[in-house]
Design a protein around this ligand. Structure first.
Ligand SMILES: Nc1ncnc2c1ncn2[C@@H]1O[C@H](COP(=O)(O)OP(=O)(O)OP(=O)(O)O)[C@@H](O)[C@H]1O
Ligand SMILES: [Mg+2]
Length: 313
């Protein structure tokens, strides 16, 4: 079987900090696989770990634990120079900010990856002008990044990511700082690349337009995927169509609405467990009203004692 374009498993990432809040666990054992030519959207609240995930998947940051295989090779074990070469040949990034080199014009920023790849100057220039034209920024080609508007800078960054015709684009809110018309033209360009040239995308987004474009969407919360949503999914209308993801560490997280529908936190017993099937049943509706350890009353939907942290029976 052909290897996935991207396969990561058991990813953990901890940002170490001396500050009072201590270390931050940004990724908690998540796994993901992406086929060649597949478009996947990742969404979730601020701080969920989306940017951290993209950086570790693209080999820009080494995860604290876990393996990332990109284009069939383990990027967590590569020597730095080999990693740079492998990244350039496989993947392009579009970040939330800090995409452009400040001392280079928009045109030279876009041209830079082609120069690294050894494309002759004349050919590079033709390709750069074509893509700047397409993204409606040809008239800003000679401006420095600080002279560009947020939307123009974002389009320049997108042009730079696309110019090398990568197999995979990792994008962090690519339409976040542009107007709806520009957002639409960016998404049209992504769609064309996706459909006609089989470019794969992993896009972090809050935008409906982007998640419509994706083949599937993954919902990230608190450093792990909690749900997957298939084709033609409206972001508001997730409950009927969602799949839940069971992590490699055995953790299954329910979204608040699913938890409420199930009847809230409490004790469940395994009624039926076979290969690929699990049925749970609530043990009893009578839940402890007071903590067995310290006798503090529980909140209505509390799972743990607010005072001593004991788990509610
Ligand atoms: N360099 C860092 N040092 C310490 N903690 C960090 C660092 N970068 C991110 N974090 C923390 O890690 C967690 C995940 O951050 P991340 O940037 O991946 O979130 P995100 O989902 O991209 O959020 P947003 O939607 O706001 O961009 C957050 O709690 C954040 O505060
Ligand atoms: Mg982010």
């Amino acid at each position: 079987m052909a290897e996935n374009l991207l396969r990561a498993s058991g990813l953990y990432h901890v940002y170490e900090s001396q500050a009072e809040e201590g270390n931050v666990v940004a990724l908690r054992g998540l796994s993901i696989a992406l086929q060649d030519g597949e478009a996947v959207a990742v969404f979730g609240p601020s701080g969920a770990g989306k940017s951290t995930l993209l950086k570790t998947l693209g080999g820009l940051m080494k995860p604290s634990a876990g393996v990332v295989r990109l284009g069939g090779e383990d990027v967590t074990r590569m020597a730095p120079e080999q990693l740079v070469r492998h990244r350039r040949a496989t993947v392009s990034f579009i970040f939330q900010e800090g995409n452009l080199l400040p001392h280079l014009s928009a045109r030279d920023n876009v041209m830079q990856p082609l120069r690294h790849a050894g494309v002759p100057y004349r050919e590079a220039l033709v390709r750069v002008e074509e893509i700047l034209e397409y993204l409606g920024i040809a008239d800003r080609a000679h401006a420095l990044p600080e002279q560009l508007s947020g939307g123009e800078a974002q389009r320049t960054a997108i042009a730079r990511a696309l110019i090398t015709r990568p197999r995979l684009i990792l994008a962090d809110e690519p339409t976040g700082s542009v107007d709806p018309v520009t957002a639409r033209s960016i998404m049209d360009l992504f769609s064309r690349l996706h459909k006609e040239q089989d470019v794969a995308f992993l896009i972090v987004t809050h935008s409906e337009m982007v998640s419509d474009f994706a083949d599937r969407s993954l919902e990230l919360q608190d450093g792990r995927f909690i749900a997957q949503h298939g084709d033609d999914i409206e972001l508001e209308d997730l409950a009927q169509t969602r799949e839940l993801l069971l992590g490699g560490d055995g953790q299954l997280t329910l979204t608040p609405d699913l938890l409420a529908e199930l009847g809230g936190a409490g004790r469940y017993e395994v009624r039926d467990l076979r290969r690929h099937r699990l049925t749970l049943s609530r043990v009893s509706d009578e839940r402890d009203t007071h903590c067995a350890a310290c006798n503090t009353p529980f909140d209505d939907d509390g799972v743990q004692c607010a005072k001593c942290g004991a788990v509610r029976g």
